[in-house]
Design a protein. Sequence first.
Length: 503
Amino acid sequence: MASYEKILPAVSRKQTDAANREIAGLVSEEYIPRVMPQILTTWDMTTTFVISTYFVSFAAIVAPAGPAALTYLALLAVTFFLPCLIATMQLGVMFPYEGALYNWTHRVLGGYWSFFSGFCAWFPGVLISSSFADLLVTYMQAMRKGWLVQPWQEGCVICLILVLAGIVSMQRFQMVQKLINMLVGLLFLGSLLVSAAACVWLLTGHHMSVDFMRWDNWQLKPDNYVLFGLVAFAYIGTEGPLNLAGEITGRHVIKRHLMWGALILFLVYLADSLSVLIVQGNHTAYTDAFVFVAIVDKTLGKGLGNITAICFMGSFFATILVYHYLYARLLLIGGIDRCLPLGFGKLNKDRVPVHAIALQTIIAVLFTLLIFIGIPLAKLYSDQMKLAHQASLVSQAAATLVWAISAAFLFIDLAACYLRQRQHFHLHRIFPMPILCICCLLGTISCLLTIIDTLLNSWDATLISNDQWWYLVGSLTLFFLFMGATGSMVANSEAHWQDFPNN
């Protein structure tokens, strides 16, 4: 195993603590460029951005709101997505180092908050990888009726997918990145087929399934307020690919991949949403993740429908792969910087953080076993599959709230950098100050509204009522945050203990 201790000069714990107090550079900032290959181009980072942010169920979830879904899509693009992009771009240019939010927060707020923000960025990615594996299984079930009808069967297949993705992501990074680029191509092909199906639907004389000409169909109403948090969730994660910032080919990649990735993501969301509304209207079920395939089946035939299904299934697997290696980088630099046990800071002969990826895979598998096997075995309800899906939905919502907290740190870090390191801030500033001020204000307000909206409005009232939703999701979110705080203390204690000479 390759260890940073053999490559960098020895850094004592005392020296590291002194550096932390001065908000100085981290050991990982020197180590990563020396041992990790700088191979990621603008296209590599763009595909990583798109696949790590794309929320495939978005169109099915927002369709019941009709054209108002497009209002939310545009509103959140301006008030949340764009501010996140601007903050990410500015912070990335000022601090172009591995670890993104963890590194930026350390630079401006210090070690304690950097660990907390890093946890809030890392933990949801591990849990949500399980939900993408679940989506892949959902497609299998839709294509083959009668498959995986028991919760334990579904859970076992999800675990197999997670383990397979973990094994693949432990291979040479160049090979994995090429695979990601190919699978993102399948995502684009699938979305193109869905858009083509909507065009064929109109060209063959069918009418649009919703009335886009009625103004009240575009309005925000109490019965569709839940979409605010859901659409914001579809835009969260702009800083994720910059966990790999130490491996890019040049600083120019930071700005370019964010601009191209954001444009592609918005256009794909817009095309998917329009296609569903045109063909299916607002009668699409909230949980109908298979709606894209149904649209292509209806207009272009079963053969192209099967190709569409394969394309999206490939994109689900790509997302799991990206989450495995993207968020493992946070564990890697945590080990290097002595915030986590030293084992996480080690690489194998191919320069892959296998220990970090293995831990993430184990956590995702254990979480899946709990949701699909452990909770149903409690037999709180007779419908075990419904209980498993309720538990999955609540856990995803709680993970989203933790993720929203991490997004808020983008604006906190930006403001703190201006207040504490004004000279460095202005030296690397790429946006006018009024834009950055508006960005921080809008972004912070949107994060708060996302948290409030997610707590007050059930994502699926047919499964969980609003009265039950807020305390279930709120309690689980607090538990996750408590677990992170406790875990940080244990991890830091272990890291300190390993730093003693006799260890």
